[in-house]
Design a protein around this ligand. Structure first.
Ligand SMILES: Nc1ncnc2c1ncn2[C@@H]1O[C@H](COP(=O)(O)OP(=O)(O)OP(=O)(O)O)[C@@H](O)[C@H]1O
Ligand SMILES: [Mg+2]
Length: 305
């Protein structure tokens, strides 16, 4: 059994008449990257804030490293690292000053120079916060979250607004945190990010957890259909493919043929049928459903809020 690092049982939190979190339960295991994903206003930040002891839940229990985030706040603060959605610092604080200031808040910290090197911030050590790019600011916030070598790191939307290079660099940093044996709890809107980075994800909508599992499990559960796409001048091929047990549909637009199907042997059967028919095909490829398709299927396509 994996060690449970974060335990959430029937968590609920409302702001006046707005129900932000509505009876959520899940666990995060030691050494995993767990992603809470969901549309705008789904309750991700509120859940994180309850886990960090920043908000009092209306109902339910929350434990982080076995601690109650409200009554064991001091102890917990030493053992978790936090990067906030839309965090800011003073405009003219220098990178090294921010790292120094954060280091002064904890009884035991990692070597600041080593940390800045790990996050690629050495060349910016004397730069003012306001002169950093979005990606550099995020790297600084990750550095600040890691200064006291926490056991659990909470990252709220850490790559929103970053370009693909910066995003990938940050994915590497997050994976490195996990590889050092730490547990990472993150939220994101980017399904590609969740799929590549997270060992497990929970999907939250309207304050309720509607799915939980590895990205592969969720794709298998909700979008089991794969597609084979190829070009061929032979219109007869669709008829032959339709006869296969694992094919669910075929369609053709011009010379481009698309075959949908399910099951582990679907692609092999399509290849065999094409070979048996002696048909010439070009640009053969398979299309596998992604977490994004699962997300859209479960949460709809409309804009929230
Ligand atoms: N301080 C607050 N006062 C009143 N309502 C709030 C407050 N914070 C959040 N809410 C409301 O609670 C709900 C959940 O908000 P929350 O910030 O937890 O969502 P989120 O999933 O983090 O969204 P996003 O993806 O946009 O960051 C929303 O309807 C929001 O308007
Ligand atoms: Mg949020």
């Amino acid at each position: 059994m994996p060690n449970v690092v974060v335990e959430v049982r029937d968590l609920a939190k409302a702001y006046g008449s707005t129900v932000a979190v509505d009876g959520v339960s899940f666990e995060v295991h030691e050494g995993e990257i767990f992603g809470l994903i969901g549309p705008n206003g789904a309750g991700k930040t509120t859940t994180l804030e309850c886990l960090q002891g920043l908000r009092r839940a209306d109902r339910g229990t929350v434990r982080v490293l076995g601690l109650d985030p409200r009554s064991d706040a001091m102890e917990l603060r030493r053992r978790i690292g936090v990067q906030y959605q839309e965090a800011q610092l003073q405009k003219r604080i220098k990178v090294w000053e921010a790292v120094d200031l954060w280091a002064s808040l904890y009884p035991s910290v990692v070597d600041p120079a080593d940390l800045m090197a790990r996050l690629g911030l050495e060349s910016k050590r004397d730069a003012w916060f306001m002169t950093l790019s979005g990606g550099q600011k995020q790297r600084l916030f990750i550095a600040l979250a890691l200064i006291h070598e926490p056991d659990v790191v909470f990252l709220d939307e850490l790559t929103t607004g970053l370009d693909p290079q910066a995003r990938r660099a940050i994915w590497g940093l997050v994976t490195a945190i996990r590889d050092r044996g730490k547990t990472v709890f993150l939220t994101t809107h980017l399904m590609e990010e969740a799929e590549r980075l997270c060992d497990r994800v929970g999907i939250i909508e309207h304050g309720r957890l509607i799915e939980l599992g590895t990205p592969d499990e969720l794709v298998g559960r909700h979008c089991p259909e794969h597609a084979v796409v190829f070009e061929s001048d032979d219109a007869e091929i669709d008829g032959a493919l339709e006869g296969l047990d694992d094919v669910t549909s075929t369609s053709a637009v011009g010379t481009t043929h698309t075959v949908h199907g399910v099951g582990p042997r679907f692609v092999t059967h399509v290849i065999q049928a094409i070979a048996n028919q002696g048909v010439e095909v070009r640009n053969f490829r398979t299309e596998t459903p992604t977490l994004e398709e699962v997300f859209l299927k479960l949460t709809g396509h409309g804009i929230r809020d």
